[in-house]
Design a protein around this ligand. Structure first.
Ligand code: XMP
Length: 326
């Protein structure tokens, strides 16, 4: 019989057997899968694991802290943080095309991750150790999607930032390969990860970069981050997190709208709420959130985020609309 506890025990034993006394690296994205995979491996091999977090500055409010502070507090993992916010802003300057943004973010991410990796390898070498393993949060549906088998290593690269580098020198450790998402969440909770990490809604690898319609600037990121934090806080307060698959909040930075706020006329930006219900993100319907909740979100955002004077609701199913706006 499979219980969460027995899954943990079994995986810890398997990881120890696989890794021995070598070292391993794990990239943390802020998402559930990488966090749970890292926590399992940490439990198995402790300080032989180094986690790497490339902070691209495109995370939502509080998410970098969740990795740098809460994840570390919960697991005791050794974390290497690469603060690459400037690098991504620079690379994205002047870019508005969605696919172009994705390409740039994906490319810079791999470069930044490889640089961090190189540093860790050098440090390990100086201490006479060798880093031989790379931890991946591959789930069972990812394995199936990619056709299964051991070659499943590169599956995520097509839709996730942080796909494996081409010149793979590591052996993979994939402790979640037999699990579905709900089991991964249960394992994460069993390992003591906080609910904000374990229950997190899906969030795209390119992050807020593809939720700003227009140029990704520091200012636009701040505005979107503030609006998004309010929308998420109110959704959570309403107790409806579980009813919603995810709720992108999108800043129409290229559009301006007229409003009256405070003492006068403003010429600001609209934001779009895109709450959807879905089983697998392949198809989706817009969530019928209560009007009172929508009103609260709208009032708070237009009161608290100066640059936003209009809150709109996306009532499009997928298809024809995608979940994200870019
Ligand atoms: P769409 O917008 O295609 O999104 O309906 C389907 C699901 O995929 C997520 N998404 C992405 N995830 N990198 C990712 O890691 C991406 O470039 C990307 N684009 C969309 C989206 O959030 C939704 O869950």
């Amino acid at each position: 019989e499979w219980t969460t506890g027995s899954i943990v025990e079994e995986q810890v034993a398997a990881i120890r057997a696989q890794v021995g006394d070598a070292q391993a690296i794990c990239g943390l994205s802020g998402g559930v899968d990488s966090a749970v995979a890292a926590a399992l491996v940490q439990k198995a091999i402790g300080d032989q694991l180094t986690c790497v977090f490339v902070d691209h500055g495109l995370m939502r409010e509080g998410e970098a802290d969740q990795v740098e502070r809460d994840f570390v507090a919960a697991t005791g993992a050794k974390l290497h943080v690469a603060d690459e916010k400037k690098r991504f802003l620079l690379a994205l300057a002047g870019v508005t095309d969605p696919e172009e943004k994705r390409k740039i973010i994906g490319r810079e991410f791999i470069r930044a991750f490889e640089e961090a990796e190189r540093n860790i390898l050098e440090e390990a070498q100086a201490e006479g150790a060798s880093v031989e393993f790379l931890v991946q949060g591959t789930l069972y549906p990812d394995v199936v999607e990619s056709g299964g088998g051991e070659g499943a290593a590169n599956i995520k690269s097509h839709h996730n930032v942080g796909g494996l580098p081409e010149d793979l020198e590591f052996q993979l450790v994939e402790p979640l390969r037999a699990l579905f998402k709900d089991e991964v969440r249960a394992v994460g909770a069993e390992l003591g990860l906080p609910p904000e990490i374990v229950q997190r809604h899906p969030f795209p690898g390119p992050g807020l970069g593809i939720r700003i319609i227009g140029e990704v600037t520091e200012r636009n990121l701040e505005v979107l981050r503030a609006a998004d934090a309010i929308a998420r806080e109110e959704l959570t307060t309403s107790g409806l997190d579980a009813e919603v698959w995810q709720m992108p909040v999108v800043l129409l930075a290229d559009v301006r709208s007229v409003g009256v706020q405070g003492d006068g006329r403003t010429y600001g930006h609209p934001i779009v709420l895109r709450p959807v219900s879905s089983e697998d993100a392949m198809t989706a319907d817009w969530s019928r959130l209560p009007y009172d909740l929508l009103a609260t979100i709208s009032n708070r955002i237009t009161n608290e985020v100066e640059e936003v004077n209009r809150v709109t609701l996306d009532v499009t199913s997928k298809p024809p609309g995608t979940i994200e706006w870019e």
